[in-house]
Design a protein around this ligand. Structure first.
Ligand code: URP
Ligand code: ZN
Ligand code: ZN
Length: 469
């Protein structure tokens, strides 16, 4: 199968030009001003943007959490990703306590088997490290293409690890060339605040934010940065939500330390006041870190513009409002933490980042595709449009208007964080390794087309067809 994408505005992190992109099989094979080639399928991209497929390095599909299981499995989650122009994601395997990483990997691969709509990799969330067992096993994960370890510094009594586990994982990462990812919040202090709030009868959703003050995020971010310095590992701070966390990352990056950070789409748009919505509406916005005071939104836009933060992910962790979030109607600490978002990242960042003049188109591509590819061992096979790269391509109509709504999204969640938001710009055709995934508003490929990607080590390149040939 060959595809010719004609006359589009090709935008990568570095380039912006009008040209033709020719795809043979699964890879880009020619790029030129006006290519004279035959193709099985020709896509007229005049007036459209031709973008590398989005890469979302932070998702939770089919994950047991908070006494329930996220509502999107691999098929529904990846379908919603495809409609949103995301063609690859890296999901979190959660090591069940007492289990080996090999068993956890098998379990997660079984959940994905036959359901994959887009390409995917895995991070390993370490919950239980034992000398003479999982501590040694950690070092073997890069052989499986798992080149990032995740640690939760919060969720006491569930996923939280102590500093010894965090530090020992960092030491292994320094030896094996893996990236350490942290959910940075002080889980011990939060636990004290949550118990005190509940003892005072404070049960509404807004107490989720009031018991997780921004200082607890800032403290944990700084602790992780300092420990990673001692261990000599690279560090990536996930879902940065506030000034208190941005500032230590900014200092670390100014000093040239190996520290990276992401924020997520929702932190630019949803603020603390959403948690105060009546009739348990606020429960929809219970995710962690919580929606913050509005002034943090400018801090985050500034951080992504200046490369203090290098990635915008979604932290897609979808639940039903009616039936799952409502588990915590009388106790905010029982509301499953998380929200949907995989489908809306590109549209929201294009509308409020690019169209609003906050970031350039190139920077948008860098934040949503190229930087995640580089940080997570997928580049240059993914994250750009270049000869030899996977033909993961989004033909984006920058003029088409759409209103975001749960009634039209593809997640199984019964609500959308951005409900009613009108955006201009829609992924019109989405290609995964040269196969048409989405066209005319339909999923045209079948589940099973997506593949597991064995990622390269931190700082190393994932070879392209051009490099291998
Ligand atoms: O509330 C959230 N973010 N749920 C997913 C788990 C996590 O902390 O990333
Ligand atoms: Zn987290
Ligand atoms: Zn997450």
């Amino acid at each position: 199968m060959s595809v010719l994408i004609k006359g589009g505005r090709v935008v990568t992190a570095a380039d912006d030009y009008v040209g033709d992109v020719y795809v043979e099989g699964e890879r880009v094979s020619l790029i030129g001003e006006s290519l004279d080639v035959q193709a099985d399928k020709v896509i007229d991209a005049a007036g459209k943007y031709v973008l590398p497929g989005g890469i979302d390095p932070h998702t939770h599909l089919d994950m047991p959490f908070g006494g329930t299981v996220t509502i999107d499995d691999v098929e529904s989650g990846q379908t919603s990703a495809a409609f949103g122009g995301t063609t690859c994601h890296v999901d979190f395997i959660i090591q069940p306590k007492g289990q080996t990483f090999a068993a956890a990997l098998d379990e997660w691969k079984a959940k994905a088997n036959g359901k994959q709509v887009i390409d995917m990799g895995y991070h390993m969330a370490v919950t239980d490290l034992k000398e003479g067992g999982t501590l040694e096993e950690l070092a073997s994960l890069p052989d499986e293409g798992i080149t990032s370890y995740k640690l939760f510094m919060a969720y006491k009594g569930a996923l939280m690890v102590d500093d010894e586990t965090l530090f020992r994982t960092m030491q292994v990462a320094a030896d094996t060339g893996t990236l350490v990812m942290v959910h940075a919040e002080n889980g011990d202090a939060i636990d004290v605040l949550v118990k005190a709030a509940l003892a005072e009868g404070k049960t509404e959703p807004r107490y989720h934010a009031l018991t997780r003050p921004p200082e607890t995020e800032g403290e944990a971010t700084n602790r992780a940065i300092q420990l990673s310095r001692v261990a000599g590992s690279a560090l990536y701070v996930v879902h940065v939500s506030c000034r208190e966390s941005v500032e230590p990352i900014a200092i670390a990056r100014e000093k040239g330390w190996n520290v990276h950070g992401e924020t997520c789409t929702q932190y630019f748009f949803v603020d603390y006041s959403f948690l105060e919505r009546p009739d348990f509406e606020g429960g929809k916005y219970v995710y962690t870190p919580p929606p913050r005071a509005k002034e943090n939104q400018d801090v985050l836009w500034n951080a992504v513009r200046t490369d203090v933060l290098s990635v915008v992910s979604t932290d897609h962790c979808a639940f039903l409002w009616d039936g799952q979030k409502t588990i915590g109607r009388d106790d905010f600490s029982k509301i499953p933490n998380g929200a949907p978002g995989l489908e809306n990242r590109l549209q929201m960042i294009h509308e409020f980042g690019v169209r609003a003049g906050r970031i350039s188109l190139n920077r948008m591509v860098e934040l949503l595709s190229t930087n995640p590819a580089k940080l997570f061992g997928l580049y240059p096979r993914k994250g750009t449009i270049a000869v030899g790269s996977d033909a993961d391509i989004v033909v984006f109509d920058p003029e088409k208007k759409v209103t975001i709504s749960a009634s039209t999204h593809h997640s199984k969640s019964d609500y959308n964080l951005f409900e009613g938001t009108e955006v201009t710009g829609v992924p019109e055709v989405v290609l995964l390794r040269g196969h048409v995934l989405v066209e005319d508003g339909e999923l045209v490929a079948s589940p099973g087309i997506g593949q597991y990607v064995r990622r390269a080590k931190f700082g190393e390149e994932l070879k392209t067809a051009a490099a291998v040939a």
